[in-house]
Design a protein around this ligand. Sequence first.
Ligand SMILES: Cc1cc2nc3c(=O)[nH]c(=O)nc-3n(C[C@H](O)[C@H](O)[C@H](O)COP(=O)(O)OP(=O)(O)OC[C@H]3O[C@@H](n4cnc5c(N)ncnc54)[C@H](O)[C@@H]3O)c2cc1C
Length: 409
Amino acid sequence: MDFAYSPKVQELRERVTAFMETHVYPAEAVFERQVAEGDRWQPTAIMEELKAKAKAEGLWNLFLPESELGAGLSNTEYAPLAEIMGSSLIGPEPFNCAAPDTGNMEVLVRYGSEAQKQQWLVPLLSGEIRSAFAMTEPGVASSDATNMEASAVRQGDEWLINGRKWWTSGACDPRCKVMIFMGLTDPDAPRHQQHSMILVPMDAPGVKVLRPLPVFGYDDAPHGHAEVLFDNVRVPYENVLLGEGRGFEIAQGRLGPGRIHHCMRSIGMAERALKLMCERAIGRSAFGKPLARLGGNIDHIADSRMEINMARLLTLNAAYMMDTVGNKIAASEIAQIKVVAPNVALRVIDRAIQIHGGAGVSNDFPLAYWYAMQRTLRLADGPDEVHRAAVGKFEIGKYMSREAMKASR
Ligand SMILES: Cc1cc2nc3c(=O)[nH]c(=O)nc-3n(C[C@H](O)[C@H](O)[C@H](O)COP(=O)(O)OP(=O)(O)OC[C@H]3O[C@@H](n4cnc5c(N)ncnc54)[C@H](O)[C@@H]3O)c2cc1C
């Protein structure tokens, strides 16, 4: 494994870091203020300014491996950039590298028809619109995607869509113009061919955003996480992606790179929390000593450094495997990082909160909000337990035949 930065990646790292320091970190307070003023569910002027600046500097769509559309970077090359962007909750969007648009754009690049690309990919790539991914449902255990019940029934040259989704991230934002809806299209087909992904415009009659769901009280405006009702929604048949019954095929392709991005962003946030922890530990004293010299605080700092480094290397290893042997063979490594990175970030942020005392849980520091957002990543894109089960199964599979494994269930 070679994780050395190529000259191209090193140059991009320097430019992305400079952009974050010059424009993004100073804009965090402005963004918060603009969200708090007036309607929280309107896009902020500062974000549009940041996007224009990053685009003008050519720091745009860096996540896309296709060189004609993005920067042409491999997963291993993009990962360190995702880490730098992830050090701020508003960091990825200025570069048009924010979830869920990144995953949705990848889906459209890989599986979209020419017409679908023209209608949705082009404005997404230019940052004119945003998108959402509507899979999870309140009525069923959605960590098992085969449970999805919201239906899409073919009627002539249309789909008739009915059902209720929730945690549809981004659907509260007025810039969100399209959702990738995952629904049941053939209950009689084999288990992994029952569902399809269908493009549903937000303004299709019958689409109703019912409410934003807060996370520990944070509404994450103007992005938000929506409960959405699909009430006799009709869209053209050709809005299906890839083909009827091929939803799981797309899901497999979509999740690998998305997980690397999420994990590296978590590591970026952990790294910034460690910085805050160190600054507080040396800048504040109690009982006649800097906090760093009291109790086990220095150990907390050391543990955080070691855990961050381990998580980063594990994630880069997964990225390297995806680049060299593909998503399927790298499945265990991808599952491993999805458990490790958010848990490490949470532990580091928790220690940073502790050393800040009461300030740590206040809104004067970003730690409480970061904690809330990282906590969701132990659920979003599949809960820890599902990924642990995949890793465990892979390990046991080395010593047991497929048949013996099936028989032992
Ligand atoms: C902030 C946030 C943003 C999200 N964004 C999106 C989005 O944009 N689009 C979208 O479609 N969804 C999104 N989700 C939803 C997320 O992907 C689901 O919450 C997740 O997949 C779990 O589904 P569930 O909530 O139905 O939990 P359930 O399936 O009901 O599972 C509940 C719990 O059961 C346990 N469990 C489940 N399976 C196993 C297992 N195999 N072994 C052991 N224990 C198990 C776990 O502890 C799990 O947490 C988001 C969620 C959050 C919190």
